[in-house]
Design a protein around this ligand. Sequence first.
Ligand SMILES: Cc1cc2nc3c(=O)[nH]c(=O)nc-3n(C[C@H](O)[C@H](O)[C@H](O)COP(=O)(O)O)c2cc1C
Length: 373
Amino acid sequence: MPLTRRKAIALIGGGSVLAASAAGGAWLATRTPHDARAPWGAAGGHGDARLDALSFAILAPSAHNLQPWLAELHGRDSLLIWRDTARDLPATDPYDRQLTISMGAFLETFDLAAGKAGHGVETRLFPDVATRPGLEPVAELRLADGGRHDPLADHILARRTIREPYEEALPPARALAALDRHAKLITEPADVAALRDLTLRAWEIEAKTEAIWRENVDLMRFGRAEIEARPDGIALGGPMLEAMMLVGILSPETQADPGSQAFRATLDLYRRMLPATPAYATITTRGNSRTDQIAAGRAWMRLSLAATGEGLALQPVSQCLQEFPEMEGPRAEAQAALAGSGETVQMLARLGHGPDAPPAPRWPLESRLLGDG
Ligand SMILES: Cc1cc2nc3c(=O)[nH]c(=O)nc-3n(C[C@H](O)[C@H](O)[C@H](O)COP(=O)(O)O)c2cc1C
């Protein structure tokens, strides 16, 4: 039975009203994007060591969940990994820094998965191969002997980006000590307070800068059908949001309009969520070359997996690191507060105890493979 406007409004208002009715319960059960989450259940078991490692690597985090990677199998044991430049974010990420970091996270996940399966990986970054329209070569990989099982690999399937308020209490010292080797942690109350303020200011600049927000809205997937059709970008799903879509409160048009109820609701959500942060983690590099950015992505992946292993939540708050002109002030503040001389802050993230979340959408592995080279 379709959801009526009246029931949708009841759901928005009361939350449990719809769930309590039989029709509502049935409707809720249909809102889960099973296909978009299927890659999380399909990792491993492909009968080919490269495909197995790739099936884990596609679960790596990426900016706006753009999954900018494509892989091409070569011969019996090699692969070429490309970055799909059709997925660039020209307004938000004008130098492709965040997308290159994403490629680093992908490569690290590949290595961890291959290592767990007993394979070493020989990597040549940015190989000198013939370029192709819309593709940039990122790495040539070859599976070799000598793989090592790194315990971080055991957390690949459980890792999530958690976009919720975190508990006020600082994570226990033992957990912080385990993360300390992967990132610089910020736990001093005055420093944390300054970052809460900076990250919220930066988020509001992003939301109120038209070209940047437009790029965000274009990447939003509104409801289960869109998420299943394009399992990337910013997934807006679940019964509450779908009910809002049904009654016209939430749509690409209302999200793009700073005067709308939907836009104000998003702003309120972030005003509640971002300050609910007891600690931050940051990854910096000495330089800011493509190789540095890949290294930052690898480090980000290792930090994320270590946090998962410690039962902690992470969410990047990248706005104040972005290179568009309106962000220049907050960006300079973030660099001054977090980077040493000559260093670049590549990742800044909230850290704490948060609730669990379902896995984010992914394109299936087959769609990330180019024809045999
Ligand atoms: C370079 C980079 C920047 C990111 N910036 C943000 C951010 O500013 N806010 C956010 O909520 N998530 C951010 N993320 C997390 C991605 O949105 C997330 O990885 C993606 O949606 C997939 O979800 P998952 O990590 O739960 O698998 C970032 C990830 C990367 C790699």
